[in-house]
Design a protein around this ligand. Structure first.
Ligand code: KIV
Length: 273
């Protein structure tokens, strides 16, 4: 079994991200929202876990991440933290939680950190530079998120690749510099052209973690349900399923159903005397 990531030797911290980049080591992250999967992830070499606001979609069935609340993310963060106490845990700042003034932003971050996160992620930079700076100055590691920012879905008019035009590419590059300047320890780049991700990765000293941003980022992150192929209705182009999880789960449910209805389950050895 290959054990080459930082996680195999010592738990990752936000400080290890810069080191990994300087040593050319790729970083692997996955989202997680519950205790059972967190327990499994804790037994892997994956470098970090994100309790993403995608919880609103994949766990709660909402059509976008806008429905994620701080209370929702607190509960998911606590569950993941209980399941994977040794893993580096980042939690998402939900929609608008960092745009309602400094006390509200600090309260939101406080909730996530006391729920077990070691860092927070927030989308964009323009208009909340002060929040990023204050969080960093308060000892809270901050991860940025550029490119497709799902919390801005209505401004985009849908989930679209960002940075295809020269001017929007320049904007994303500029914002990546601003985020680094404000003290963030890493930046998620979501759904941008490979060449732009490569340019940003080369220009920044903090690592880029890509999702739909090509292979040149310093690390990669996937949504757990996509990675495990659990969503049978939709699989984004960039989200390689590493397991046919959905089909396997359906097969197990069907086998259980049949076994119950034919009387094959439970067997005598599965019964108490
Ligand atoms: O919430 C989430 O799942 C994310 C990933 C797409 C990085 O932010």
């Amino acid at each position: 079994m290959p054990h080459t990531s930082l996680a195999s030797t010592e738990p990752l911290t936000s400080r290890s991200f810069a080191l990994a980049k300087s040593e050319g080591r790729k970083l692997s992250m996955v989202t997680c929202y519950d205790y059972t999967f967190a327990r499994l992830l804790s037994q892997t070499n994956l470098d970090g876990i994100l309790v993403g606001d995608s919880a609103a979609m994949v766990m709660q069935g909402h059509p976008s991440t806008l429905s994620a609340s701080i209370e929702m993310l607190r509960l998911h963060t606590e569950a993941v933290s209980r399941g994977a106490p040794g893993k580096f845990l980042v939690a998402d700042m939900p929609f608008l939680s960092y745009r309602k003034g400094m006390p509200a932003a600090l309260d939101a971050a406080h909730t996530l950190l006391t729920a077990g996160a070691q860092a927070v992620k927030l989308e964009g930079v323009d208009g909340h530079e002060d929040v990023i700076q204050r969080l960093v100055q308060s000892g809270i590691p901050v991860m940025g998120h550029l490119g497709l920012q799902p919390q801005s879905v209505h401004a985009y008019g849908g989930y679209r690749v960002q940075g295809r035009e020269a001017c929007s590419a320049r904007e994303i590059l500029r914002r990546s510099a601003a985020i680094e300047e404000l003290g963030a320890f890493a930046i998620v780049l979501e759904c941008v052209p490979r060449a732009l991700a490569q340019e940003i990765t080369a220009a920044r000293s903090i690592p880029t973690i890509g999702i739909g941003a090509g292979p040149d980022c310093d690390g990669q992150i996937l949504v757990l349900q996509d990675l495990l192929g659990l969503n049978l209705d939709f699989q984004p182009k960039f989200a390689r399923p590493f397991l046919e999880g959905g089909r396997s789960v359906l097969r197990a449910f069907d086998e259980f159903d049949e076994a119950v209805k034919t009387g094959a389950f439970p067997a005598p050895e599965e019964s108490y005397s």
